[in-house]
Design a binder for this molecule. Structure first.
Ligand code: ATP
Ligand code: MG
Ligand code: MG
Length: 551
């Protein structure tokens, strides 16, 4: 149904299928399980799974798990859940790069046998010195000319655990003068005496990302290996391995520009720091840029997919405005979220001419356009309205309630404010109003009432907590704001305002975790999946009704 723009990867896949280069495509999404997925990952997921869906191919979910020190099962579980929540299903079993450790190790030995890899004893500092830089060629390692036999022996002993971390590394013998630094004898294997979440204590040598990625793609029959632009310089190395090893397929690597979003950070390292230092309440704190945070905040998977489609896929880096993402969720919730009323700052109203003890059951549509039924709302003598909807001395053009003025209660009668009751300090604690019994579902006789406000019945409404979330950072670029400072210093102190004692309409009693609503005149909200209880509802603000930033 969508007329998806033909971005360059779509065109490329189509051409590969039309030319018969492939009769079926295979892509993969390859996260490292060292943190939760963020909105940037959603772009990669939508691209890889989306291409496979669109062209009748397969997409694999493969954990790129070559760095056991930073990886955890908790992250694996969260990543699987997030991919499914976004609406995608991987082909076959979950895959792990570590499934291929035996094969990779055997291939490393083949490279040694072919004189294309050697064991190097330089420590990391020395290795850096030997590597040279962009303007200066590197120097050959003094260990580069070890014999095949010596290399085989040393690599076997590395694998057997004879040497401590960092004492030796296996390197490819390519070219220390190559203009592309990635070809200056890159590391294939490091010694790391670490327990691995999948392979346990089987290994104390682990393959590098570069030695793992392309070969894993080849083993899985991946046709299009799509990654972000910072790997463009790694492509010659990716291809070097594929042409120097007896792999069973020749995948191709393609790069696209990563997603950068303003007012947020999308780096697992920084997100982890926010969690570890307790600037936020966990990885799924609704202010985070993780997918689990968006879920908890009330974003729909469809709105995130829509966002990824709208921003497109290119090869030039740009920063996307957070407003685009907010537009996508407003668009979805406006069309689909049921309406409800919740008074955030309650002010009691007594309707003095309404019979005491009488209750009328009103029926309001759950949505102004979508045909999703009605909800019941009791009306009686005592109700709550929002404190902001009554002003003694309002500015010109104020359409709410003022002394002697009239307003319509949404889905109910027109009322007039007769008297404001104040406490000893002069604060308004209650309004005494009268209603016009002839205004239910019709306009009042002989006068125009412009304002409509929301309300809830006093006795039947549900006391609840409402969490008003806003952007986590106050600077568009939290890392390099004009005022300077690190992202931690640019946290928006008003990114969370908690309101207690709010009153929700009684139909919300049955709202389930994560259920989404438009609270009329207030914004879009969802039931918090962690803290909300049937007898103590907690609602999270997903997004305001209108964009108020940059005004
Ligand atoms: P981070 O910098 O947050 O640690 P990463 O790239 O190291 O991200 P991976 O787990 O390796 O995280 O990412 C899995 C896939 O998601 C990779 O193919 C990567 O290119 C892609 N990806 C990560 N961040 C973005 C982003 N901001 N935009 C688009 N794709 C991304
Ligand atoms: Mg990575
Ligand atoms: Mg990373």
């Amino acid at each position: 149904e969508t007329t998806a723009p033909a971005h360059f990867l779509r065109q490329l896949v189509r051409a590969d299928l039309e030319s018969g280069k492939h009769d079926r495509i295979v892509t993969r999404f390859p996260p490292e399980p060292n943190g939760y997925l963020h909105i940037g990952h959603a772009k990669s997921i939508c691209l890889n799974f989306g291409l496979a869906d669109e062209f009748g191919g397969d997409c694999h979910l493969r954990f790129d798990d070559t760095n056991p020190a930073k990886e955890e099962q908790e992250y694996i579980d969260a990543i699987k859940q997030d991919v499914e929540w976004l609406g995608f299903q991987w082909k076959g079993n979950i895959r792990y790069a570590s499934d291929y450790f035996d094969q990779l190790h055997a291939w490393a030995i083949e490279l040694i046998r072919a004189g294309k890899a050697y064991v190097c004893d330089l420590n990391s500092e020395q290795a850096r010195e030997y590597r040279g830089n962009l303007t200066e060629a590197g120097k050959n390692s003094p260990y580069r000319d070890r014999s095949v036999e010596e290399n085989l022996d040393l690599f076997a002993r590395m694998t057997a655990g004879e040497f401590p971390d960092g004492a030796k590394a296996l390197r490819a013998k390519i070219d220390m003068a190559a203009p592309n630094m990635n070809l200056r004898d890159p590391i294939l294997y490091r010694i790391r005496h670490a327990h691995h979440h999948q392979t346990g204590d089987k290994w104390c040598v682990y393959p590098s990302y570069d030695f793992t990625h392309g070969q894993s793609d080849a083993i899985e029959g991946v046709t299009h290996s799509i990654c972000t632009l910072e790997f463009e310089d790694h492509r010659p190395l990716y291809e070097w391995f594929l042409s120097n090893l007896p792999v069973q397929a020749q995948p191709r690597q393609y790069e696209f520009a990563r997603l950068n979003l303003n007012y947020t950070v999308t780096s697992k390292r920084k997100l982890k720091q926010l969690v570890d230092e307790k600037h936020v309440d966990g990885w799924d704190d609704p202010r985070m840029s993780t997918l689990s945070a968006f879920r908890r905040r009330g974003y729909t998977p469809g709105s995130l997919r829509d966002f990824c489609e709208r921003i497109g896929v290119t090869r030039s880096d740009a920063v996307v405005d957070m407003g685009v993402l907010e537009f996508c969720i407003r668009d979805d919730l406006d069309a689909n979220a049921p309406r409800a009323m919740c008074v955030l700052r309650p002010l009691k109203v007594t309707i003095t001419n309404y019979p005491e003890g009488q209750v009328e059951d009103l029926h309001l549509p759950r949505h102004p356009k979508a045909d999703i039924g009605t909800r019941e709302l009791p009306f009686s003598r005592e109700i709550y309205i929002d404190q902001d909807d009554f002003m003694v001395d309002p500015p010109k053009g104020y359409k709410r309630l003022l002394p002697g003025g009239e307003v319509r209660l949404r889905g109910s009668y027109v009322i007039r404010a007769d008297e404001a009751v104040t406490d000893a300090d002069g604060n308004i604690v209650e309004l005494l109003c009268s209603y016009d019994p002839d205004t239910l579902g019709k306009n009042p006789e002989g006068r125009k009432v412009k304002g409509v406000i929301h309300w809830v019945p006093a006795a039947q409404s549900l006391e609840c907590e409402v969490r008003l979330y806003d952007r986590l950072f106050r600077a568009p670029n939290p890392d390099k704001s004009e005022e300077g400072g690190t992202f931690l210093e640019n946290i928006n102190p008003e990114s969370l305002v908690v309101l207690a004692g709010c009153r929700a309409e009684p139909s919300l009693a049955s709202a389930a975790a994560e259920e989404r609503f438009q609270f009329e005149r207030e914004g879009y909200f969802c039931v918090d999946s962690k803290d909300s209880k049937p007898d103590r509802l907690v609602f999270n603000r997903t997004v305001t009704l209108r964009d108020s930033w940059g005004q």
